[in-house]
Design a protein around this ligand. Structure first.
Ligand code: NG1
Ligand code: ZN
Length: 528
């Protein structure tokens, strides 16, 4: 069974003495040069998982918002979720096995998981636009073929498109047609049906500027526009086609969120509604530069979550559909958003550790779970019963709200956070309310905040609890953070090891930007 896999592994995709690597928050992610053998082995692992689950499995090659020289790979489970936790450690063991141990490790996985190797498999492989991606995707295909797995090569797709394709395949088309055309048609049809014929409403204008991070988001947005027609007017910048365009360099959702400034190409805009997506188009951030003052203002994942939750709640009330709705956030959510949710919206809010898998999982506790990381990664999940109730009410009553809700459900890519689908959802809501982006920003005022990266010898000496809001080790560090936080009005700060970069992240909030910066700086010094 393994002869070919071992031979090709040794001859073409050897690990040699490359250093070990760990399946983290977003799969394996590091310098692209270190990943060839990992890709090959993940191709094999995906086949095994597909045989076990008797369903299609996805393999997405991307390093999202990381710099161009990095790459990464993550496996997508049958319902579009991130890979199950026990398999994360199998993935780590397989990736780090010596070339001579490959057969033994594969044999162990098959035995421990009770995999019937005679069953068929199907693996959907997608990649982002990085220069290293075609060769690394070939390594994945080689892995799949070495164990005679069946591969569906999706070429360049956004991460959320790959999740969508896997789910469509596994629901036999119930969620939609398993093709990118199916994806564009489903969402654009629902978008147009929701908004009706007039793209303008009140202070809402259909014009917006789109920063594609010089990545797949720009390419896919262009394809999407051919389906959206005149319902939206968009100018795309940072589309990766100009000389000197580099993926995620001075642009994209992560740059805008962390630097709290406009990306290149949009610095001079005033009064325009702008969006930035990240390198694999699963995160979205809105922003604008004020008409008069030119001052930058950002509307992040917390804003999207509150906008969507408030709108859905109103629509459900008006349609007289009773469903429970909740919001899931992480410690990075701005304190003002959490106050707004609990005090103004009266919606339950849960806080979970960083990483979509935690948010997605928790969101499933509600009939309608709205989950967003502050960085703009998130979506809304509807239970089967909730969807059935909305569709039944839409079909059996004259409630326009229920009909609109039913369309909105189809604008949303429930399989995973999706920058473009989330953006279209926001555009639907702003249109329905007749709101400008300034109107949207009136809901609450963000507390000034700062995110910082600190490089340390071993980031894993820091462990945390309480959804990462409290440090457990090293001992004494939490007391030091508490003492610093007390010195700052409305202070809040926490630290945690990143799951995607070799850094410790520091987050702080306070009443002024200077205080937030100072608090982050002082906490950062304690981490060193
Ligand atoms: P890490 O590096 O573990 O902080 C980052 C993001 C996550 C998530 C993952 C996956 C922040 C603070 N962290 O994780 O939210 O998006 O990348 O891409 O934004
Ligand atoms: Zn991403």
């Amino acid at each position: 069974m393994w002869a070919e896999a071992v031979k090709v592994g040794k001859e073409q995709h050897a690990k040699g003495d490359l250093k070990d690597i760990q399946y983290g928050t977003a799969g394996f992610r590091t310098d692209a040069k270190l990943l060839d053998h990992v890709m090959y082995r993940m191709g094999i692992l995906a086949v095994l998982r597909s045989k076990l689950k008797q369903a299609a499995i996805g393999v997405m090659l991307t390093a999202s918002h990381n710099q161009e020289k990095d790459n990464g790979v993550k496996l997508v489970d049958p319902k579009g979720e991130m890979l199950e936790q026990t398999w994360e450690s199998l993935a780590t063991t397989l990736a780090n096995a010596k070339d001579d141990e490959l057969e033994t490790v594969l044999e162990d996985i098959v035995k421990s998981q009770g995999i019937d190797l005679s069953l068929p498999s199907s693996v959907f492989v997608g990649r982002d636009t990085r220069q290293s991606s075609p060769a690394l995707a070939q390594a994945v295909l080689d892995g799949i073929q070495s164990v005679e797995g069946c591969v569906i090569d999706c070429g360049i797709v956004s991460t959320p498109q790959l999740h969508y394709l896997v789910v469509c395949q596994n629901t036999k088309g119930e969620y939609g047609e398993a093709s990118t055309k199916g994806y564009y048609s489903k969402i654009s049809k629902a978008f147009k049906a929701f908004r009706g014929n007039n793209p303008v409403n009140g202070k809402y204008s259909p014009k917006l500027m789109f920063d594609g991070a010089n990545g797949v988001g720009a390419q896919k947005m262009k394809e999407f526009l051919t389906f959206l027609g005149d319902s939206i007017q968009m100018e795309i910048v940072n589309d990766g086609t100009q000389p000197g365009d580099v993926l995620n360099a001075d642009c994209g959702a992560d740059f805008v969120k962390v630097q709290q400034t406009s990306p290149k190409g949009l610095k001079e805009t005033r009064g325009e509604r702008c969006v930035s997506v990240d390198g694999d188009a699963d995160r979205v951030i809105y922003f604008y530069n004020d008409k008069e003052s030119g001052q930058f203002a950002m509307l992040d994942g917390d804003r999207i979550a509150t906008l969507v939750a408030e709108f859905l709640k109103d629509m459900l009330d008006q349609a007289k559909v009773s469903l429970n709705l909740g919001i899931v956030q992480t410690a990075y959510a701005n304190g003002s958003s959490t106050n707004y949710i609990t005090q103004k919206l009266n919606v339950p809010v849960a806080c979970v550790p960083t990483g979509v898998k935690h948010l997605h999982h928790k969101a499933q506790d509600f009939d309608i779970g709205v989950y967003f990381e502050a960085n703009g990664h998130g979506t809304i999940v509807f239970s089967d019963a909730a969807q059935a109730k909305i569709r039944e009410t839409a079909a059996s009553s004259n409630s326009i709200q229920a009909q609109k809700l039913a369309h909105l459900v189809d604008v949303i890519n429930q399989t995973v956070g999706d920058a473009i689908s989330d953006m279209l959802l926001v555009e639907c809501i702003l249109h329905a309310k007749g709101w400008s982006i300034e109107d949207w920003r009136q809901a609450y005022q963000d507390l000034p905040n700062r995110q910082m990266k600190v490089r340390v010898a071993d980031r894993n000496v820091i462990s945390t609890t309480d959804a990462e809001r409290k440090v457990v080790t090293p001992k004494g560090l939490q007391d030091e953070i508490d003492a610093l936080v007390k010195k700052f009005p409305q202070g809040r700060s926490f630290v945690r090891p990143s799951g995607t970069e070799d850094v410790v992240r520091v987050y702080s909030e306070s009443d002024t930007q200077d205080n937030a910066d100072q608090l982050a700086y002082e906490v950062g010094l304690k981490v060193h």
